[in-house]
Design a binder for this molecule. Structure first.
Ligand code: HPA
Length: 235
């Protein structure tokens, strides 16, 4: 059976062509146990748990990506190039950066701007715009509309820096229409595009960089389920 330094499939469990990638491996476990059937674990290396199961009869995998561009860069590369994954869907949380976005709204990342140098490896003679697969984007938007969730589609920021010494950086990204900030999608979009496969990031807003409102555990639960159901509808 195929293996990489970071993914060593256990007990002959295969990885599906569609993979959901939450940052936190325990989130992957929760998603597998809560939303999938016939679940089997395929990875345990570095406790970056990965599972394969079915959703409405279709095979799907879910695996942690870890935090940050280097981590998702490694896992998505190995999933694509060694295990033949064709649709990689990041499901995560982000910090909202616009007034009209509320906590626990869903953000669908059409593009992923970044302060990372990940793109340098491609040696391009200009500035590249990492974008989602239009096919997955369209599917996610139509599912979000059908479900009646509060969703926003646009550009997000995949930042290398959680604790930024430049306290004014966010204001400038806000001005450029960035909807929210997270730390992984730009690398996922670049890896997928370079390899000719599809990727998308779907997020729930876990915190707000401009204002903060109190929310309830029920609201968080519903928002998380909305995001996962949107992602699973794309298999
Ligand atoms: N910054 C970066 N990543 C995040 C944030 C944030 O504020 N919130 C959720 N993921």
């Amino acid at each position: 059976m195929k293996a990489t330094p970071h993914i060593k499939p256990m007990n002959g469990v295969e990885i599906a062509e569609t993979v959901l990638l939450p940052g936190d491996p325990l989130r992957a476990k929760f998603i597998a146990e809560t939303y999938l059937e016939d679940v089997q674990q395929f990875n345990g290396v570095r406790n970056m748990f990965g599972y394969t199961g079915t959703y409405k009869g279709q095979k799907v995998s879910v695996m942690g990506s870890g935090m940050g561009i280097p981590s998702i860069g490694i896992y998505s590369y190995e999933l694509i190039h060694t295990f033949g994954c064709k649709k990689l869907i990041r499901v995560g949380s982000c910090g909202a950066m616009q007034e009209d976005i509320d906590l626990y709204d869903v953000i669908i990342a059409q593009g992923a701007s970044t302060d990372s140098d990940y793109v340098k490896q491609y040696n391009l003679p200009g500035h590249y715009a990492p974008i989602a697969s239009y096919n997955l984007l369209e599917g996610a938007v139509s599912k979000a509309r059908e479900k009646g969730v509060n969703y926003h589609v646009g550009n997000i920021l995949s930042s290398d820096i959680f604790y930024n010494a430049d306290e004014t950086a966010n204001e400038r990204w806000q001005r450029m229409g960035i909807l929210g900030v997270e730390m992984e999608s730009a690398a996922l979009y670049m890896n997928a595009t370079y390899a000719g496969v599809e990727a998308l990031g779907v997020f729930t807003v876990s915190d707000h960089l401009i204002h903060n409102k109190a929310t309830t555990p029920e609201e968080r639960e519903r928002a998380f389920t909305d995001m996962i159901e949107i992602a699973l509808s794309l298999i």
